[in-house]
Write a protein that binds this ligand. Structure first.
Ligand code: SAH
Length: 425
């Protein structure tokens, strides 16, 4: 079958082969083994990278440390994967590799970082200096997020295995990106599920006083220390470019504007006016500065309002306001499937009011970044909103995250951002 090794039947037991290539020093010969319940190995055989606690029959060997590399075996004893152990999480192990012969060591982690960084090289140029370098499971690095902002990399670790390799990751990121600084923003709530305390601060180098990026030639300041997530929503890069192409001459409403990503894009595209809404005063402050950073933009066309979108859409309607292009990019209303129903109501509400506020021929660019809401469900929600708004409207585009946020074919959970471009009749 394969020229690289003996035929399947003659293959030595996985322990032996692994030791041969790992130099004998890692993992220890007696690496603990998670034995999967009969019938529960199916997802691993399909190369899905998560092993849930309920699928594990027992742990053979010494109890593994959090983040340690363990072997995963089927009920029949056959090797399935090498994974990072998360004793406190429902996701009890996250797979590093489905190959028994790989040594999961610093060189392995570094190669994964290099591979991910190399895949983004074509997305970077003088006009685009921000890119997601590592997108977790879809880059073979479960629990690791890394965003590059010019010569600063912001790293976010959200799983015990990622935490275990923290120093190696920071160094590998610094090297792969040629970065001046790796800043850690491991303060996502999901760390609690792993029993990990929050950690923020410089992990490598020195943090410059101001961090800026260029996107589509526009300059944005990024608050890597106090901003949301890692500071900027790189996933919307292509969609901001789309809004820029569509904005000419239009009255634009940018709801959930954060630091003005879509606002700047719309102004650059020649929008007649842009009203931007957000509840976060600091984000609005930075958004204003971001417009000022770009002298080519006409700041007089931008209006900013610290407001709750749910109430403000109704207030705008009461005031008789109309728009030709509306962007709805709300936060995650449904982090998991458990929140889906409430989230569906929230999505329906804002889309309904946005459709009412659109002038005939107007465009709605609407998103959901909720893992608990599928693309199919999102379309149904927006369709329901159009019914209630008594609006004739059609989908003229389907939107996703940019190419630096890949979705591994074996990890459909990575497909979190979905958007629709809707035209009102
Ligand atoms: N479109 C932005 C990212 C939006 S992130 C970009 O391209 O950069 C979501 C934003 O929604 C956050 O800034 C958050 O402060 C804001 N937000 C959350 N709930 C809100 C609400 N009810 N009303 C207004 N803004 C809200």
């Amino acid at each position: 079958m394969s020229a690289a090794g003996p035929p399947q039947g003659a293959r030595p037991p996985w322990g032996e082969r692994r030791e041969a290539t790992s130099g004998g020093n890692h993992p220890a010969p007696a690496a603990p083994v998670l034995v999967v319940k009969p019938g529960r190995e199916k997802s691993l055989l399909q190369r899905h990278p998560w092993l849930f606690s309920g699928a594990i029959a027992r742990v053979d060997g010494a109890p593994p440390e959090p983040g340690a590399t363990v072997l995963v075996a089927g009920a029949d004893g056959k090797f399935l994967a090498q994974a990072a152990y998360s004793p406190q999480s429902q996701i009890r192990a996250r797979v590093w590799t489905f190959e028994s012969g790989d040594a999961v060591d610093a060189a392995f982690i570094t190669r994964r970082v290099e591979r991910a960084a190399a895949a983004r090289a074509a997305m970077l140029d003088a006009n685009h200096t921000g890119v997601r370098l590592i997108h977790g499971e879809s880059d073979g690095l479960p629990g690791v997020i890394a965003d590059r902002y010019g010569n600063v990399v912001v790293m976010q670790l959200a799983a015990a295995g990622a935490e275990h390799w923290r120093k190696v990751l920071a160094q590998a990121l610094a090297d792969a990106a040629g970065a001046r600084c790796v800043y850690e923003r491991s303060d996502a709530e999901v760390r609690q599920l792993e029993g990990l305390p929050p950690r923020t601060g410089v992990a490598f180098g020195v943090l410059p006083r101001v961090v800026t990026i260029f996107e589509g030639g526009l300059c944005y300041s990024v608050d890597v220390v106090g901003g949301q997530k890692t500071g900027f929503y790189l996933d919307q890069r292509d969609n901001r470019a789309l809004v820029r192409r569509l904005a000419k001459g239009r009255r634009v409403l940018n709801a959930f504007c954060y630091t003005g990503g879509f606002t700047l894009a719309a102004l650059a595209g020649g929008a007649q006016s842009v009203l931007s809404l957000d509840t976060a005063a600091e984000a609005l402050g930075l958004a204003r500065e971001n417009v000022a950073r770009n002298p080519a933009l006409d700041a007089a066309r931008a209006e900013w309002r610290e407001a709750n979108v749910f109430a403000e859409l109704r207030a705008l309607r009461d005031a008789g306001a109309q728009f030709d292009l509306i962007v709805l990019d709300p936060p995650k209303f449904a982090p998991t499937a458990a929140h889906t129903e409430r989230a569906a109501r929230a999505y329906k509400d804002i889309n309904l009011w946005a459709l009412k506020l659109l002038a005939p021929g107007g465009l709605l660019v609407t998103f959901s970044c909720s893992g608990g809401v599928t693309a199919d469900l999102f379309q149904k929600i927006v369709a329901g909103a159009a019914v209630d708004a008594k609006a004739d409207a059609a989908i003229v585009g389907r939107l996703t995250a940019s190419a630096d946020h890949p979705v591994a074919l074996n990890f459909p959970e990575g497909d979190y951002l979905k958007g629709l471009l809707i035209r009102k009749a």
